[in-house]
Design a protein around this ligand. Structure first.
Ligand SMILES: [Zn+2]
Length: 444
């Protein structure tokens, strides 16, 4: 008697190049080997590599979806280029122009008067490349309504908003309103790159965000956020997220109290640690709260001094890094930082060698959502211009993939990709087919 499957993928190979076939049944991997025989629909992989789907462990879904509907200023290096792009992207009169990726080297931090000169007649909001700031022109400010204005709204010497808003995304979304961005287009785009799972890293995620995110995309979904974020059918509950800002840190006891509160909820914690100061603060807060628990995370690990690697390993903390920033932002780091400080940036290999668990995430929309950009940078540590940063941090292709993939196992959910990642320098992987829970969600 022959076994029944829903689908057999044959003629694939594993990451090691050996022949591989899998049989899928009821959304799970039911059989795996050199060959799998049985009654089933069959798919001929024609020698492509078969592996686990990619999980992006840190991104911001609503902002990434909104970015796909935004004017992109990332490659604009002059005021002329910015103004041309904004005017070309302006829709009907009265509609908002949402621009992202503004580089402060173009004209510093703009205020309302400067933006009025760039685009006077449409409500305009421009996000800086790090995602911390929004800059608004006068028409936009007028549409936001009346006082009281929250502390995220920067005031000028005259006591009126100067157009700069710092980390005010949630408030802006509420005041501007409108339809939420389409997550299904983003889900399809991610599936085409082999992404079968995502972790939304928004620090302010609560019930409203969970309702928007759950079920909106084919990907497996983890949401981190506030203590008030509810559990639900459409998502797994991630850590409580602490958004630290080195220039505005709370008392360390207050951060420790939040960590302790997360413990009583049975939640892990994760903290935004881009700078060394933020990392040291977080480690101290964890120590006050009784120490790290397995599953607690350091988001970014943008700067990790060599002397702290042992502490991070001993605490059992997971570092969720963005190798893609070495590619996307590396040339700027090289221009702005001392050469010896570059070695501490977005460490990877030195963490793994000391036994620190490391995962990968794009930080989209602030980083490229295509995971293959990060996978390539994890192996070559090259900037856009081809310079190497922290060459000792480069890891093997297998170690890079392990930042995003769960190894295939019989009984595990059939989150699978068929892909080709050529070995020549600079190559990005391409994905021919993506399955989530055994369903084909994308096919080339
Ligand atoms: Zn982030």
């Amino acid at each position: 008697m022959s076994e029944k499957f829903d689908l057999i993928i044959r003629n694939a190979c594993g990451a090691d190049g050996a022949p591989l076939a899998v049989g899928v049944r009821d959304g799970r991997i039911a059989a795996m080997g050199m060959t799998v025989a049985g009654h089933s629909a069959e798919y001929d992989a024609r020698g492509l590599t078969l592996g686990g789907g990619l999980h992006d462990h840190h991104l911001h879904l609503l902002a990434t979806a909104a970015r796909m509907e935004s004017v992109d200023l990332n490659d604009c290096r002059s005021v002329d280029a910015v103004v041309t792009r904004l005017r070309a992207g302006a829709g009907a009169p009265g509609t908002w122009v949402r621009a992202i990726g503004y580089d402060e080297r173009v004209a510093g931090l703009p205020d309302r008067a400067l933006l009025d000169g760039w685009l006077p007649d449409r409500p305009l909001r421009v996000q800086d490349r790090t995602g911390g700031y929004w800059f608004l022109n006068s028409v936009a400010l007028a549409e936001l309504g009346e006082a009281p204005l929250p502390a995220c709204v920067d005031l000028g010497a005259d006591g009126r908003p100067n157009g700069r808003i710092w980390r005010g995304d949630a408030w802006l979304r509420e005041r501007i309103g409108g339809a939420p961005p389409s997550l299904s287009t983003l889900g399809q785009r991610l599936a085409s790159w082999g992404v079968t799972g995502v972790t939304d890293a928004g620090a302010s995620n609560g019930a409203a965000e969970a309702a928007l995110l759950a079920g909106a995309m084919p990907q497996r979904l983890v949401i981190m956020g506030t203590e008030g974020l509810p559990a639900g059918d459409g998502h797994a509950l991630g850590p409580v997220k602490l958004l630290l800002d080195e220039n505005d840190l709370p008392p360390v006891e207050a951060a420790a109290a939040r960590i302790a509160a997360a413990r009583t909820l049975g939640r892990n914690v994760a903290a935004h640690c881009v700078t060394l100061g933020e990392l040291v603060f977080y480690l101290e807060a964890l120590a006050i709260a009784g120490g790290a628990k397995p599953g607690d995370r350091i988001e970014h690990g943008g700067v990790i001094a060599a002397s702290l690697i042992g502490d991070i390993a001993a605490a059992g903390l997971t570092v969720v890094t963005q190798p893609n920033f070495i590619h996307d932002r590396g040339d700027r780091y090289r221009a702005q930082m001392d050469a010896d400080a570059l070695d501490d940036l977005y460490r990877l290999g030195s963490l793994m060698r000391r036994g620190v668990k490391v995962l990968g995430g794009s930080d989209a929309p602030y980083g490229d959502a295509n995971p293959w950009v990060a996978l390539r940078a994890a192996t070559d540590r090259r900037t856009r211009e081809g310079e190497v940063i922290g060459g000792g941090e480069a890891v093997s292709r297998a170690a890079a993939l392990a930042l995003y993939q769960v190894p295939l196992a019989v009984g595990a959910p059939a989150d699978l990709i068929l892909y080709d990642w050529p070995e020549y320098t600079g190559a990005l992987g391409t994905v021919a087919m993506t399955l989530i829970d055994g369903e084909i969600v994308w096919q080339q």
